[in-house]
Ligand binder design. Structure first.
Ligand SMILES: [Fe+2]
Length: 176
């Protein structure tokens, strides 16, 4: 069972994670069109991880006796000014997501919903990593991206990122 406010915020977060997924997929398409396949790969993997996040919250709501009510997903931007704009936008977006997770945590604490507080621990840790990754991508681009060889190396490096399903997905699909 959930307090209605916490349940609403969790449902909104499922949609927010889906929006994040679509934002990164849109960015990935932009990179593919520019033949920056490594960057495209990195954002494609990011898309999959965001869909994992949505499913983790979706299953948690159901496992904890809540109701899933999915709202609409806003359309992501489809045009970007350049590589740096995308990297800066993804960092700003992750900071926004962190603030959303914190707001759910605060609401859960306010009604002594400790199961949700505990559930959000993983997301709070994950956001540290997400912000760090986005920030590293931006600063490496600022350091090396202006040089064609530097950009080539960065693109190659980001092309090596692989996807493995986030372990939490299976945990919550199992009804734990
Ligand atoms: Fe996420």
């Amino acid at each position: 069972m959930f307090d209605p406010k916490v349940e609403k915020l969790l449902n909104e977060q499922v949609v927010a994670e889906m929006y994040s997924a679509n934002l990164y997929l849109s960015m990935s398409a932009w990179f593919r069109e520019k033949s920056l396949d490594g960057y495209a790969n990195w954002f494609y993997v990011q898309y999959k991880e965001e869909m994992d996040h949505a499913l983790i919250i979706y299953n948690f709501i159901l496992n904890a006796g809540g109701t899933v009510t999915l709202g609409g997903i806003d359309a992501p931007p489809t045009e970007f000014k350049g590589i740096r704009e995308i990297l800066a936008e993804s960092l700003a977006h992750e900071r926004l997501v962190t603030s959303l997770i914190y707001a759910i945590n605060e609401a859960a604490l306010g009604v002594k919903d400790y199961k949700t507080v505990q559930f959000l621990d993983w997301f709070i840790q994950e956001q540290v990593e997400e912000e760090d990754n986005a920030s590293t991508n931006l600063s490496r681009y600022d350091l090396f991206g202006a040089d064609p060889k530097g950009l080539f190396s960065l693109d190659e490096e980001l092309g090596a990122r692989g996807y493995t399903q986030t372990a939490q997905v299976a945990v919550y699909e199992g009804g734990a």
